[in-house]
Design a protein around this ligand. Structure first.
Ligand SMILES: *Cc1c(COP(=O)(O)O)cnc(C)c1O
Length: 360
């Protein structure tokens, strides 16, 4: 067996320990005589998996009792519609557009009400986070929406926007569990788990109880109502059971690692290795304003498309995979999520140094 260092933006690297455990439990989960994939989602044994997953996530993030945790399907993209359907009581929401994912959410919300773009960094290809200390927040806005970590462009909100008292809604797909978070600052935060937590197919929504109501937009499908899933504890219909099981294992792994404070420290150290090299390199350069740099997604370029392609190809041959930038921006991107070991980043930096010597 040989594993590569996988820098994919998502689906992405998972802790080897978790994969090994899942493999061991594949044929017979804890004496049940079956795989978690094969068991009823109403069984006692599965109920324990689900309850422990939620309890561990609550502990890791310090989620207060007045927030509900929903394990749903449809990816982050389905939430682009579910959020306005559930939260747009006045049919008005404000958006801070810092990348493709925020833009998609903004465009989707226009189907349901008035979506206002109150700030954007599109003027400089989303390479920075705009100043959000005094934005023209709409007086009747139901919420202010951000994408907290921009997976494609590699920017991250280091301070949350001043929403002037309005509910903050955040897509945290690519920074989920990468550092401690104050859940009380948000009305709702959510993310697809395939970036930093588990296998594709699960989206986790953490939402304050008072935002879960019957009063959704007319025509909201039962399956898209938060109330449906909150009332049924994410068991209204068959949940993405196997995916939740793997997420649960990752939560336990994170707890064993020391929790989110330790993860932040590790993530900062890993990111620093790469950013320090980019800052001194004569060939490679980072594309993001330094103060807005993400700890999770690190885009960089040589400035020469052919050389970029050569780099990606040779890196792959050296066991460093999925370094090609998003199709919309080109260049390279290294996603260095929780499960990427420090050695992976060290190997990448060493390879970049060697490539620079050979190609400068
Ligand atoms: C990947 C990603 C999405 C889209 O996720 P899907 O689960 O494929 O819908 C949305 N937002 C962010 C920040 C992402 O990184």
């Amino acid at each position: 067996m040989s594993r590569v260092y996988n820098f994919s933006a998502g689906p992405a690297v998972l802790p080897e320990e978790v994969l090994r455990e899942a493999a061991e439990e594949m044929m017979d989960y804890k004496g049940s005589g079956m795989s978690v994939m094969e068991m009823s989602h109403r069984s006692k044994v599965y109920d324990t998996i689900m309850k422990e997953a939620e309890a561990d996530l609550r502990e890791l993030m310090g989620i207060p009792d007045n927030y509900r945790v929903l394990f749903l399907q449809g990816g982050a993209s389905q939430q682009f519609a579910a959020i306005p359907m559930n939260l747009m009581k006045n049919k008005v929401a404000d958006f801070i557009v810092t990348g493709q994912w925020a833009k998609k959410a903004y465009q989707e919300a226009q189907l349901y009400g008035k979506a206002n773009k109150i700030a954007s960094s599109e003027d400089e290809t989303f390479s920075y986070i705009p100043d959000c200390s005094d934005l023209p927040v709409s007086p009747d806005a139901d919420y202010v929406y951000i994408c907290e970590n921009n997976t494609i462009y590699g920017t991250k909100f280091k301070t949350l926007p001043n929403t002037k008292g309005k509910t903050l809604v955040a897509d945290v797909s690519s920074c989920f569990l990468s550092e401690p978070v104050d859940v009380t600052k948000y009305g709702l935060l959510y993310g697809g788990v395939q970036k930093n937590i588990g296998p594709a197919g699960v989206v986790i929504v953490i939402v304050r109880e008072d935002l879960i109501t019957e009063d959704t937009l007319p025509g909201t499908p039962t399956m898209l109502k938060y109330k449906t899933h909150a009332d049924a504890r994410s068991l209204y219909n068959t949940p993405p059971a196997y995916g939740i099981y793997i997420c649960g294992k990752v939560f336990k792994w994170l707890k064993k690692m020391g929790g989110l404070t330790v993860m932040r420290q590790r993530n900062e150290e890993k990111a620093k290795l790469l950013y320090d090299f980019l800052d001194e390199s004569k060939l490679f350069k980072g594309t993001v304003r330094p103060e807005d740099r993400s700890l999770m997604n690190v885009p960089f370029v040589t400035g020469n498309e052919e050389l970029d392609a050569k780099f990606v190809k040779e890196a792959k041959e050296a066991g460093l995979e999925n370094l090609k930038g998003h199709r919309s921006v080109g260049g390279m991107r290294a996603s260095i999520y929780n499960a990427m070991p420090r050695e992976g980043v060290e190997a990448l930096v060493a390879f970049m140094k060697k490539f620079e010597e050979e190609n400068l």
